[in-house]
Design a protein around this ligand. Structure first.
Ligand SMILES: CC(C)(COP(=O)(O)OP(=O)(O)OC[C@H]1O[C@@H](n2cnc3c(N)ncnc32)[C@H](O)[C@@H]1OP(=O)(O)O)[C@@H](O)C(=O)NCCC(=O)NCCS
Length: 155
């Protein structure tokens, strides 16, 4: 599988929801709650800045970047099939999300990550994201941290 990042289409959505559900279940060692699956389905109905996919008919990785508020973008979901991990795909998808949000005129891009997700936090740090919040509690009880990357020159 190459590292080509392509625009996702409506035909990719169900497979990406399935991929995300599988990856998160494997990561957490537990099945994904119906409410969590519903939340990613809802995410795909929100205004999109960039939906990017790696892989052909069966996506192996994707990133979904949404409009958070006004000129602020939100990297809402990022996941890479574990069989394709550590090849730079996550990094390529973050770079793609940042490039698209910047080109669309957003002033910054935010994301929320579990504070225990060290690999993801290191990847975001290499891309220039910095923590802008104290740890906060997500409704399932996870401790989260908000990271942000300024996109406008003056930020
Ligand atoms: C976190 C996640 C997105 C990382 O994706 P990934 O494709 O493995 O990330 P990358 O390959 O870009 O970078 C990760 C590693 O590969 C290394 N790497 C980057 N580019 C590389 C390349 N071209 N060749 C070899 N290794 C490379 C990095 O140094 C890094 O090292 P590490 O394995 O010690 O962490 C993925 O593990 C995932 O989907 N996790 C589950 C979902 C999740 O937690 N999402 C984030 C929630 S906010």
């Amino acid at each position: 599988m190459g590292l080509d990042v392509r625009a996702g289409s409506h035909r990719d959505v169900d497979r990406c929801v399935d991929l995300w559900t599988r990856i998160i279940a494997a990561r957490d060692g537990a099945s994904v709650a119906p409410a969590a699956r519903r939340s990613i389905e809802v995410a795909f109905t929100r205004p999109v800045v960039r939906f990017a996919v790696v892989g052909g008919h069966e996506p192996r990785a994707f990133a979904l970047t949404l409009v958070k508020d006004g000129r602020i973008a939100l990297l809402s979901r990022l996941c890479v099939d574990p069989t394709a991990a550590s090849r730079g795909i996550g990094t390529a998808l973050v770079t793609d999300a940042v490039d698209h949000a910047r080109a669309a005129g957003f002033s910054r891009i935010d994301l929320d990550v579990r504070e225990t997700n060290a690999r993801a936090i290191a990847l975001y740090g290499r891309a220039g994201f910095v923590a802008v919040s104290e740890p906060w509690t997500y409704d399932r009880g996870d401790l989260m941290v908000t990271l942000s990357l300024g996109l406008a020159g003056e930020d």
